[in-house]
Structures are given as structure tokens and as C-alpha cells.
Design a protein around this ligand. Sequence first.
Ligand SMILES: C[S@@+](CC[C@H](N)C(=O)[O-])C[C@H]1O[C@@H](n2cnc3c(N)ncnc32)[C@H](O)[C@@H]1O
Length: 273
Amino acid sequence: MTARDPHRFVNELDAAAVERLIARLESRAKDKVFTHLFDRYAPELVPGPAGRVLEVGCGTGATLRALAGRPDFAGRAVGVDQSAEFIAAARKFAASESFADQVAFDVGDAHDLAFPDASFDIVFAHTLISHVTDPFSVLREMVRLVKPGGKLAIFDGDYASMTYALPDHDLGQRMDAALVKASFNNPRIMRDLPRMMPEFGLRLESAWGEAVVEIGSGSYFKSFAETYAPYIVKAGFFPADVVEPWLAAQIKAIDDGTFFAACTYYTYIARRL
Ligand SMILES: C[S@@+](CC[C@H](N)C(=O)[O-])C[C@H]1O[C@@H](n2cnc3c(N)ncnc32)[C@H](O)[C@@H]1O
């Protein structure tokens, strides 16, 4: 068996699995461990009055709702995602939270989007590029869609750095690798982007990294492990009788205050030349 990144192949999942991913995206978007990462670069995503912003791979629209809810946001935002179920959820959440006038959603594949060239002032991707089939085709599409002089932002994890503590270091290392391989098509892509951006007509204007670390307690990494560990079994990397005790050990460590997990995330803000 081989890994099928659940976020790239969400359209292959059954309804219950899609619902679990929707719940995970929504809970992640409220988790303070994670939201400060978006809050740090959100000011870069605010266009001038009547400016247009596109989020590629918007999922349930949680990031766009956070953007549209900023007091300084006076533009229009569009979110596009490959999953019709995620887009239906995005429309529902936007309507129920009164964002429907500011944010619109469409189904589309990030590798080949239907918008005309230079349609947006700002184009961004928040934890998309690690999942797609061909990250450089997606980067090319993002560059095509932003106006010359406009801004492009990419935020994602360097998932090759993701790690959970386990007393058996060797098994822990192999479980880290299996979890990452089962969950992400491109776990090292953030290491490539600074080198590749100039080749795509982009000038990197600012960039920073932050470690997401949970020690003692765990919320972000608990939800991550519970959501994605079953995909290790599904991919055939480890049997359930290895993965389930690993997950139980993580939950026990959270319960008794001895938990440790970490991953590095990067933000790149670039300008189309
Ligand atoms: C981890 S989720 C992030 C969603 C959203 N940006 C957020 O932060 O809540 C990754 C998203 O990328 C989408 N995605 C993956 N590959 C895609 C593609 N080729 N075209 C469009 N969307 C894609 C998935 O459907 C999923 O919604």
C-alpha cells in the first residue's frame, strides 16, 4: 500500500472521514497554539479598500473568516478548494457567522484554476502547499493569479521536523516518519521555496519560522495525532496493534502532564515582480 495524503485525496474519503477532517480544520482554527501563527501574518493579507484576496486550498473557510473578521479588512475575499464538501461547509459557516457578503467560495483544483490572469491583489495558501501533487505548478498558478506588484503569501509546516516523544526512541522516530508520510505529500517543501521563488518571478520580502511546541499539555498535537494516525494503518506503514498503543501513549502523556510534541512552521511573504 502507499500513502494517500488525506487532504490531497479528500475526494476519495467516505462521508464520516470528510466530517472528521471538517471538524479538525474548524477546531485547529480555534486552537490558540495555532491561531497566533495566522495572526502574525494576517496584516499582510489585508488589501486596500475594494481589493481582492484569494485563498487557494481554503478548506472550510476558517482562515478567510478570521481574515474577514479583522476590523481593518475592507476588501473582498474568495476561497477555492478541490472538495465540494469543504466548500459547502465553508459557505454554511460563512453564512451562519455573517461573512457571506465579504467572502465567496468556489470548487477548483489549485493546479489549474479558472480565474483570469492577475485577478487578485493578494493570493495566499495556508497549509495547502504541503499537500498538493505538484507544488511548483500550484506556485505558478498563484503567481499567474496575482497582479504584477501584488503579494503572495505561503504558510505551512516543515513536517519533516514534526516529532512526538516516545520512550522507545527508535520506534518513536519511525512513527514520526510514518505519520508524516501518511499525511503529507510534500513534508519538506518549505525548505525549497526560498530557492524556487525567484525562478517564478517572485521576490521574497519577508520570512520567518516558529516552532509549535506542546510540553506537558497537548491540544493541537492531540487532535493531529487522533485525526491522522489512522492513515498510518490505512497506508500500510504500521499495523493497528502498533499505531493504537502509540496513540494511547500520547494521550496518557497528555493526561499525566508528561507530553512532548513539536513542529516548525514557516511564513513567506513575496511580491510578484
Ligand atoms: C490542511 S487543509 C487547510 C485548509 C485551510 N487553508 C485552513 O487552513 O483551514 C488543506 C486543504 O487543501 C485542499 N487541497 C489539497 N489539494 C488541493 C488541490 N489540488 N486543489 C485545491 N485544494 C486542495 C484540501 O482539500 C484542504 O481543504
